[in-house]
Design a protein around this ligand. Sequence first.
Ligand code: KG4
Ligand code: ZN
Length: 353
Amino acid sequence: MLVLGIETSCDETGVALYDSARGVVAQELFSQVALHEIYGGVVPELASRDHLKRLLPLLQSTFDQAGVRRHDLDGIAYTAGPGLLGALFVGATLARALSFAWSVPALGVHHMEGHLLAPFLAPESARTGLDYPFLGLLVSGGHSQLISVQAPGEYTLLGETLDDAVGEAFDKVGSLLGLPYPGGPALEKLASEVEKTDLEFPRPMAGKPGLNFSFSGLKTHVNQFIAAKKAANAWGGTMPAEVARAFQEAAVESLWLKCKRALRDTGLKRLVVAGGVSANRYLRDTFEVGASKLNAKVFFPPHAYCTDNGAMIAYAGYLRLAAGQFDQQLGVNVRARWSLDELSPIALSEPIV
Ligand code: KG4
Ligand code: ZN
């Protein structure tokens, strides 16, 4: 089964073709980072206009790369939410128009389901042992959620952030450190300039019961720390790198503490960490060491599929299209907010490849 995936929920235009027998056969990704950089964050109207400009050429080159034609296509998956409404509409409208024109079914996919299942796109050696049920940790610019995944499409939200998402905290602290947008990758790079730091920032929610997260207090703490150092003329040298490192340690350890608790509470032995922040090396190392101490195994998406991309949408869409799900209404529906546990289960009709 050959499925086209279209992702336009935020500031990346992603197009990919997923073949159930061969995996991802082609993909194109255009990042709008340079467009939004001067504003320090994504400007929704600019994002929509740019998706509109990029989509058709990316679509054409994805088909060219794969060497397939539209007649080979069995379905079209597009991100229907959550995300920026205008941006979502661009991808959704194209997907539905192609579906009518080419007489192939289309399906609106949940962006976070795409992230959550992206580790299944890893080469076989990297996903040995990956199966349902598992504990999922979604860490992106808009979400920090712990999810119990009982079976494909069966999600129970166990915990989430009470304020900022962890990626958002990386971006805001990055901006306090004068780093370019998005702050996450730049902050990781700056943190790697020092091998260690004696600075220790608070681990938010560590002492509280339950599985929720909170990151805005940590960000405020870092803000006040930097302001105090600057006021005392003690800002400079290795201090910015140490602050980046101490923030990264505090943020990652706060995530790990809750994952550890959730693994113990649920008895699950498999943990999937996905979303943009799962690209972070320090996070990967901390989670791998921590999980092995609990006799659990942690799985990540391949690096190319950590941040937003069309391949993860094509894959999640493939699972649902193969199970007979598709959009039946005439209108184009997208959702800015959409909880994962509203999704319907997927009855797998083919083995996972
Ligand atoms: O999943 P994603 O591409 O978009 C959303 O759905 O939000 O995640 C983007 C987020 C941004 O906040 C970005 O700073 C963060 O992921 N991120 C990272 C790293 N790479 C991306 N955060 C920490 N370390 C990284 N290496
Ligand atoms: Zn995302």
